[in-house]
Write a protein that binds this ligand. Structure first.
Ligand code: APR
Length: 236
């Protein structure tokens, strides 16, 4: 099966009702990034940061995957699909996608403040335990923190994501403004022989030399159109 690699961002979840970051009314208009999405902000005021992610986590059970998430999952019938997402929601998994790499962490997980990327410290939160509170401890006794990659922290999955991007037969970019590195740099790893499709209602700053085909629509409508196109080339 052809390797189909998909890079998604906040626009992928917009039609599920989760706001993006940089569209008008987006998250970064309501909160200062430096206060709630940086390691310095967490050290300065952990309560504020923990509350910000508790609020975002509580929204998850109230939203569901959009048609775009579902169509991406359905492509696994005809392609070897890997999704590389910048999103921290669980909508790709809930739609049925089986190979999802979360570059920026996962809302439904929590970890150690001392050693956040130590697998033995990562726990999965659930409906009975949705909030992290000051005083909650990770296995190593440090304050439990959101399993989120903040600005200023390493992106542990980026090497694996670059490797997978370099092996793509077909690459798809959905719902990201390509503002944030290293995620935005992944398109540079796509081999020239692989076509790239971009699904986004707006133009995005494209720095890669690689040409791409822009389906200027939202995630769901765009995926309807792309699915028809991909069906024609799945086995050629
Ligand atoms: N369908 C598809 N794309 C959409 C839709 C939609 N319905 N609505 C908006 N978009 C597009 C916007 O045009 C924009 O290009 O989604 C993109 C959203 O861009 P951002 O808000 O910047 O989100 P993202 O690119 O995922 O941000 C990257 O920044 O703050 C950090 O860690 C955070 O992972 C996030 C990273």
């Amino acid at each position: 099966m052809k390797k189909l690699v998909v890079l998604t961002g906040a626009g992928m979840s917009a039609e599920s009702g989760i706001s993006t970051f940089r569209d008008s009314g987006g998250l970064w208009e309501q909160h200062r990034v430096e206060d709630v999405a940086t390691i310095e902000g967490y050290i300065r005021n952990p309560q504020l940061v923990i509350d910000f992610y508790n609020e975002r986590r509580r929204q998850l059970p109230t939203v569901k995957p959009c048609r775009g998430h579902e169509l991406l999952a359905a492509l696994e019938q005809d392609f070897d699909v890997t999704i590389i997402t910048q999103n921290v929601d669980d909508l790709h998994e809930r739609a049925g996608s089986t190979k999802v790499i979360h570059l920026h962490g996962e809302l439904m997980k929590a970890t150690s403040s001392r050693n956040p990327n130590d697998p033995s410290q990562i726990i999965t939160l659930d409906a009975d335990h949705m909030d992290i509170k000051m005083g909650d401890q990770a296995a190593d006794g440090s304050q439990l923190r959101p399993f989120i990659v903040w600005f200023g922290e390493a992106v542990p999955e980026i090497e694996r994501a670059a490797e997978i991007s370099s092996e793509a037969d077909i690459y798809v970019v959905i719902g990201t403004s390509l503002n944030v590195y290293p995620a935005a740099g992944l398109v540079q790893f796509v081999p020239d022989r692989a076509p790239i499709y971009l699904i986004d209602p707006k133009d995005v700053p494209w720095t890669a030399g690689h040409r791409y085909r822009h389906i200027k629509k939202g995630a769901s409508e765009g995926m309807e159109e792309l699915t028809k196109m991909l069906k024609l080339i799945a086995y050629d």
